[in-house]
Design a protein around this ligand. Structure first.
Ligand code: RB5
Length: 148
């Protein structure tokens, strides 16, 4: 399992931010799996949420970043898969807490709603913050969500 690989996927509303974060991750020495989209042609965000779910299900990546225009559609789509805990965040505190309390394995960002600097900081917090377990694991277990 390539648990240290980070998968990235977006629709056309997130393609610019995806490209920026991909460069950031590569420069920091992370393994990256880019699941598309490429370019500005209109595509459907559920297809990219599905690609992310498949990559994580198969072990090609341990964590992921999903981006659409607002992050809303692609987070709804991703959370339909029981082993995905996708957290739509808009600030660094929420990104940190998505790891500490929710053991999020997918960070979701809005490509049209979030500035590049905040997005970089959210990604850093997401990658560097461990899950606290304990009572938070109990709550995750109550939702019937598998830990990957
Ligand atoms: C695509 O135009 C847009 O609807 C999508 O990126 C996303 O914002 C949906 O939630």
């Amino acid at each position: 399992m390539s648990s240290d690989v980070i998968a990235l996927a977006s629709d056309h509303g997130g393609v610019e931010l995806k490209s920026l974060l991909k460069q950031e991750l590569l420069q920091a020495g992370h393994g990256v799996l880019d699941l598309g989209t490429e370019g500005s042609a209109s595509v459907d965000y559920p297809d990219f949420a599905e690609a992310m779910a498949e990559a994580i299900r198969q072990g090609a990546a341990g964590r992921g970043v999903l981006i659409c225009g607002t992050g809303i559609g692609i987070s709804i789509a991703a959370n339909r898969y029981p082993f995905i805990r996708a957290a739509l965040v808009a600030d660094v505190t929420t990104a940190r807490l998505s790891r500490q309390h929710n053991d999020a394995n997918v960070l979701v960002l809005g490509g049209r709603t979030m500035g590049a600097e905040v997005a970089r900081d959210c990604l850093k917090a997401f990658l560097e913050t461990p899950f606290e377990g304990g009572r938070h694991q109990r709550r995750i277990d109550k939702m019937g969500l598998a830990r990957t």
